[in-house]
Write a protein that binds this ligand. Structure first.
Ligand SMILES: Nc1ncnc2c1ncn2[C@@H]1O[C@H](COP(=O)(O)OP(=O)(O)OP(=O)(O)O)[C@@H](O)[C@H]1O
Length: 282
């Protein structure tokens, strides 16, 4: 995916200012930055929820800029959301919703249980079960989502996005609100998904320890601008990144190796809108 010179404005505020980066095929690429830096806005542009004022987004040979979300999904870009969005019913029901885009039989044929539609449903259900197993939900396939732990519900979200058979998975804060063990498990799942399905992953995440361990490449935003882009080791020593996150420069972005708790990264730092306002009033 190639993101070029993307600008988004909300009234007087420039949420993204000429942002560009490339997600290489098969890579895990992280998009990070302090609160309000523009990460969610960027995800919204990539998934068609938000239209940029200028700039472009290409996915392979396809231009995605200004396409509707369902068209982007059909081209192979699936996303999860910061807050869990889930219907009632079982894990299987939720995953089958993810298969909807790929279902050929119409609503009437499915409702009337025509043989061709029943066969197709069976094939989709089998594939949904395989994906559930891949993300560690195999034994919970027929369990109502209301009975799942928070970590497992986040997992259902990821599995549902994978049910679209994407070539690029956009994960919006996949470990937010999780405890240390769940974070670790999710990181392993993301790796397994990449290996098994051979897709690329773009991940927005505040947990710096996890990002630095998991990502092949990192793009850093601050005040809507790209301030760094490169391998995790380059980025974590970049003075602009240290300033954006830590202000004082007295601390360091954490070393990815030690520490059993991947959630031990620095606090996300001051909200960028607050800082922008502070700068304006100064
Ligand atoms: N719909 C909107 N209308 C007006 N301003 C918005 C809108 N969406 C985002 N913003 C502003 O754009 C800026 C970037 O917000 P965005 O949510 O993209 O940041 P973020 O990096 O995802 O932050 P966080 O880490 O807190 O989720 C912020 O100043 C935010 O207040």
């Amino acid at each position: 995916m190639r993101v070029e010179d993307v600008t988004v404005r909300f009234a007087g505020l420039t949420a993204l200012d000429g942002v560009g980066f490339t997600v290489e095929p098969g890579s895990i690429h992280a998009l990070i930055g302090p609160n309000g830096a523009g990460k969610s806005t960027c995800f919204n542009v990539l998934s068609g929820v938000c239209r940029p004022a200028s700039g472009s987004v290409h996915f392979g040979d396809h231009e995605l800029t200004r396409l509707r979300p369902h068209r982007i999904a059909a081209l192979g870009v699936a996303r999860t959301f910061q807050n869990i969005v889930m219907t009632a019913g079982t894990v299987a029901d939720n995953l089958m919703l993810g298969r909807h885009v790929l279902t050929r039989a119409g609503f009437a044929a499915t409702a009337l249980r025509l043989p061709s539609a029943v066969r197709e449903q069976r094939v989709h259900r089998e594939r949904a079960r395989e994906i559930a197993e891949l993300v560690g939900l195999g034994r919970l396939f027929d369990t109502p989502v209301a009975l799942l732990s928070y970590g497992d519900r986040k997992r259902v979200e990821m599995a549902r996005a994978l049910c679209l058979e994407p070539r690029l998975l956009l994960l919006d804060e996949p470990v937010a609100g999780m405890n240390s063990a769940e974070r670790q498990r999710t990181a392993e799942t993301v790796r397994a998904v990449r290996e098994e399905l051979g897709l690329s992953v773009l991940i927005v995440e505040h947990d710096m320890g996890l990002v630095m361990r998991l990502a092949d490449a990192v793009t850093v935003l601050d005040f809507g601008r790209r301030i760094a882009d490169g391998a995790p080791d380059e980025v974590r020593h970049d003075p602009a990144v240290l300033r954006a996150y830590l202000g004082t420069g007295k601390e360091e972005v954490p070393d990815p190796d030690p520490g059993p708790d991947p959630g031990s990264g620095p606090a996300p730092g001051p909200d960028s809108q607050e800082r922008q306002e502070e700068e304006h009033s100064a």
